[in-house]
Design a protein around this ligand. Structure first.
Ligand SMILES: C[S@@+](CC[C@H](N)C(=O)[O-])C[C@H]1O[C@@H](n2cnc3c(N)ncnc32)[C@H](O)[C@@H]1O
Length: 224
């Protein structure tokens, strides 16, 4: 399906979210009633129409701490509309690849890159289990159910062991803390699901995966 033919498209506009005013993104207008009035499954789960809390928090952290990605080769897994990928590009990542299984997400992320004057490549390939030619892997809200986490967690362990820095924006939809050694870099209050301006904000942890063997934790620094 072309983006222009998607039922949500007429309600999508170029907007900024309060946590990340540096970016303009094609988003479902929060004043639109379409999302609540429609069955998201019937719409093919259009994640690309939202800036998810995990992605917002991760993007905020990248703008606040550009050294995390500046000059580095970055992959954004489950990029959706690309909020954290675009933040990485804006603060000086050497190259950024966004991955999403959904071709419409890749299309929106590409359009958002143009909107923000940055360069972004995308892939629809499922990268889980593959080696990455990258320095940093970003996951903004991309570990959102147990089935996905079961596949992603071993991959993150392997990549971390290979020297890739893995950064997550994690609204704790699943319990990652019991599965991975994690260092908490920040906690950001992000708007509740999907609606950039509405709902009760919830705390989202920005986490870095520690090398295997480190004590599992979400607070404090990784042991050397
Ligand atoms: C909740 S959205 C988050 C989007 C964006 N990172 C953000 O925070 O706004 C999760 C995304 O992960 C994508 N996804 C799920 N499994 C994936 C996989 N194996 N490879 C790539 N993308 C995947 C979905 O299509 C969806 O766009």
């Amino acid at each position: 399906m072309r983006l222009e033919d998607h039922p949500l498209w007429p309600s999508v506009a170029a907007l900024s979210v309060p946590l990340v005013p540096e970016l303009r993104l094609l988003l479902l207008d929060p004043t639109s009633t379409v999302w609540n009035a429609t069955d998201p499954e019937a719409l093919g789960w259009p994640y690309w129409a939202f800036a998810w809390p995990g992605g917002q928090a991760l993007a905020r952290s990248l703008f606040d701490s550009p050294d995390l990605v500046a000059g580095k080769r970055v992959v954004s897994f489950g990029c959706g509309g690309g909020i954290e990928a675009l933040a990485a590009a804006k603060v000086g990542a050497r190259e950024v690849l966004g991955s999403d299984l959904d071709p419409l997400a890749c299309e929106v992320a590409t359009r958002n890159a143009v909107l923000n004057g940055v360069s972004l490549r995308t892939t629809q390939a499922d990268l889980i289990g593959h080696d990455l030619d990258a320095d940093v892997l970003l996951l903004g809200d991309a570990c959102y159910d147990d089935a996905l986490a079961d596949r992603v967690v071993p991959w993150l362990r392997t990549l971390t062991g290979q020297g890739v820095t893995v950064l997550l924006g994690d609204p704790e939809r699943v319990n990652l803390r019991s599965r991975l050694p994690l260092e908490r870099l920040a906690t950001v209050l992000a708007p509740h699901d999907g609606n950039p301006s509405g709902g009760t904000p919830w705390p989202v942890h920005v986490l870095r995966v520690c090398v295997d063997g480190a004590e599992t934790r979400t607070v404090g620094a990784c042991p050397e």
